[in-house]
Design a protein. Structure first.
Length: 740
């Protein structure tokens, strides 16, 4: 905390020591030098020309039309909501066009729209569809209003000198200053909040301050309303990112937050370079961008932990801006150009023209590399984290994300030690994400749906352990935010054996959880398999449920099951269970296997079930009268015990080609899993399969020292010795037939 206090006072001193000179316009993202560079290259840089032609075509088609500025009445997705969004986009694009072409028709167009807002905005009360905590005036929530201001103030900046003084006085008095005041004075909780909403709010107010030459607005944006550094942009940089750049709400919201972070940072750099904003916290904005990009899959989708919509990708405007700024400010990483080519668009900025020029000049660019990586969480890096294991090429990358982080603020989910798994460019074991239809009016005006809290946030909606049908911390966010899971170890140097492991002893009272996930590549398999070892210990007996939400079509099981054909029952009454249909159930006396088909590959989960295990097949969608939930499927392993170790192997196998009409290797290779020891010190698992496969997995449960030597004697006299926290021995053995 002392470090952050020092940083705050250093920034405050620098800010106070420089009195704003009379502003030159534009002075935010564009300035005279950048505009001159764009004008010089226009017509010679295809990607930039394409982007320019796109906005020119949009605006030119509307120049002679009357632009509606309706009184706000609709929630997200409704006409007035979408109209005001379109208006700020049109004004922003017209402002850019005026800056580059100096054609007055674009300035006239913006003036026509601003004149209408100058009449309407002063008379607006809170939006009739407003949220209780974060109401807006133009929009149902203040967040959308900050986005409106952030774009519109850039348009105003671009056309500033063309407006008459009376016009400027009118817009500043009737629109910009009242809107900024509405944020910092009427919405102080949101303005001071360390959260992406707070980031948008301070960025819009700060950028308004730069354009209107209002030092007070700039100081409020940088250091919060009291100017004490407890909130504001500097505090956001210090507290929302870990030292690795991991954004505490997850990759999906990192995407959204990076937009105001980079736009305001660029504005600060162009107006107050002495603050060295891009160097803060060892270049935290650079790290934030790269961590967000690593949180995507090769198809561009953000891995949907916490509240996340699966449709969002790195093709979104937020990542286009962020990539352009990072390329410009942090050393022109050529691998980013491979992503920029996919985005097929650039921003109107110094970085945007640089990226477009580089793509024009280079005949080939290196590919961006998705890596096996670990991110710590928390501003000090001591609040758990997220690890990602990867294997394969970009066009068929196997990826596993393991989440053992802090809660993730208001968008966090109760999912300690959860994971998700990708292959073939698609989800195989999914995280549900969020229950929301963004900007769809029929679905609660695009807001988060009630099922987001009643299901998507609950522990049972994730691929992790549920104790006694309750969510982590009994579903109480204030409790969850006090704790985090703990890193145990990670090993990813050898691509053929990658391991991540973490523990949690706070999510459930008196219950200790330890999960280890391995990505194991072996010549006997077409792809790496995932070995999942989940140890749970308690002094009291509990019901332990471990679900896996698979994507694809059910094919077969190695056991008989009882399907509920004519009537289905709901799995439970609360904590998300009320939204699960029970489709079938089974009991088995030994190791079990379940196989499904996804795309052109088969997948199986082989589990160490026994006569005490209940196997449940579920479908999401019960108690959902408005059909807000996706009807996805899951398999769940249920055990009642004090101590138990779940061992599951997720195996990609075979090939299915409907075009050429062939299929092979549609059954799993693993046949038997035996936990021969699992206690406070060690877990030993023996795994057997076809072609005399015999693996032995060993983990030291309370000693992660990579130099430690461990020796364990089994009941049959076998001695196992290994170095480091874990090891896996592979050998061929006929003897396993005798042990079945």
């Amino acid at each position: 905390m002392k470090k952050y206090s020092f940083l705050f006072f250093s920034f405050l001193f620098l800010s106070a020591s420089v009195v704003l000179a009379q502003s030159q316009h534009p002075n935010l993202i564009l300035n005279k030098q950048v505009i001159a560079e764009i004008q010089k290259n226009l017509g010679n840089v295809p990607l930039f020309d394409k982007t320019f032609a796109g906005i020119k075509s949009q605006v030119d088609g509307l120049l002679k039309q009357s632009i509606d500025v309706p009184v706000p009445v609709d929630p997200g997705g409704g006409y007035t909501h979408e109209r005001h969004k379109q208006n700020y986009e049109l004004m922003y694009n017209a402002g850019i066009l005026y800056s580059i072409t100096k054609d007055e028709k674009y300035a006239v167009f913006v003036k026509r729209i601003l004149d209408k807002y100058a009449v309407m905005y002063p008379a607006l009360k809170l939006h009739p569809q407003s949220k209780d905590q974060t109401p807006g005036r133009l929009f149902w929530q203040s967040l959308n209003e900050t986005v409106w201001l952030l774009h519109t103030i850039q348009a105003y900046d671009c056309i500033y000198y063309w407006f008459s003084k009376s016009d400027r006085d009118k817009y500043e008095t009737n629109i910009f200053l009242p809107m900024a005041k509405f944020f910092y004075e009427d919405s102080p909780h949101e303005f001071n909040l360390i959260h992406n909403h707070g980031t948008w709010m301070v960025a819009s107010v700060g950028m308004t301050g730069f354009v209107l030459n209002k030092q007070d607005l700039i100081d409020k944006a940088l250091y919060v309303t009291e100017k004490d550094g407890e909130g504001g942009f500097i505090a956001q940089l210090n507290q929302l990112f870990s030292p690795d750049g991991y954004y505490t709400e997850g990759g999906y919201y990192a995407r959204y937050a990076l937009w105001p972070f980079f736009l305001f940072a660029e504005s600060i750099q162009n107006n107050k370079p002495e603050l060295k904003i891009y160097e803060v916290r060892d270049q935290i904005l650079r790290k934030a961008f790269y961590s967000a990009l690593q949180m995507t899959y090769t198809n561009g989708e953000f891995m949907p932990i916490n509240d996340a919509l699966k449709e969002k990708t790195f093709l979104s405007a937020e990542l286009i801006y962020a990539l352009n700024f990072v390329y410009d400010r942090y050393g022109e990483d050529k691998s980013l150009l491979s992503i920029a080519r996919l985005q097929n668009k650039v921003s109107f900025s110094k970085g945007g023209i640089k990226v477009a020029q580089a793509i024009t000049e280079l005949t080939s660019v290196p590919k961006f590399k998705w890596e096996s990586i670990n991110f710590v969480d928390g501003p000090k890096g001591d609040e758990g984290g997220v690890s990602i294991l990867r294997w394969g090429s970009d066009n068929d990358l196997e990826s596993l994300l393991f989440k053992y982080s802090a809660h993730g603020l208001s968008h966090g989910h109760f999912d300690k030690l959860s994971f998700l798994f990708y292959d073939q460019g698609r989800e195989i074991i999914q995280d549900y994400g969020s229950a929301r239809f963004l900007n769809v009016e029929q679905k609660l005006g695009g807001r988060y749906l009630p099922e987001n809290k009643s299901f998507a946030m609950q522990t049972i909606a994730h691929n992790t352990l549920v104790v006694d049908e309750k969510s982590n911390f009994n579903g109480k966010r204030e409790q969850s935010e006090k704790f985090h899971s703990d890193y145990y170890f990670l090993s990813a140097d050898n691509s053929d054996l990658q391991i991540t492991s973490a523990t949690d002893s706070n999510a459930y009272d008196g219950v200790k959880m330890h999960r280890t996930l391995l990505m194991v590549n072996d010549p006997g398999f077409i792809r790496p398999v995932v070995l999942d070892v989940f140890q749970v210990n308690s002094e009291k007996s509990h019901q332990y449920d471990l679900p896996f939400y698979y994507m694809g079509h059910f094919l077969s099981t190695s056991y008989a099951y009882n399907p509920f054909i004519t009537e289905r029952k709901v799995l439970g009454k609360k904590n998300g269970y009320q939204h699960l249909w029970l489709e079938a159930e089974a009991k088995t006396s030994g190791t079990s296997a379940f196989t499904w088909l996804n795309g052109e590959r088969y997948y199986s989960i082989t589990a160490n079930t026994d006569s005490n295990t209940q196997i449940l097949f579920t479908q999401i969608g019960a108690n959902d009268p408005n059909f807000n939930l996706r009807n996805d499927h899951g398999i769940m392993f249920r055990v009642t015990a004090k101590n138990h170790t779940f061992v599951n192997i997720i195996e990609p196998h075979g090939d299915f080609n409907p075009t050429l009409e062939y299929s092979f290797n549609s059954y799993p290779a693993f046949e038997k899993i035996e936990v021969v020891r699992s206690d406070e010190q060690y877990t030993i698992v023996e795994i057997f399969g076809k072609n005399d496969l015999h693996w032995t997995f060993m983990i030291a449960n309370n000693n992660a020292d990579k130099y430690a030597t461990h020796t364990v004697a089994l009941s049959d006299g076998t001695k196992l010795t290994w170095h480091g926290p874990t090891s896996i021995n592979k050998k061929k053995e006929k003897e396993h037939e005798k042990r079945k």
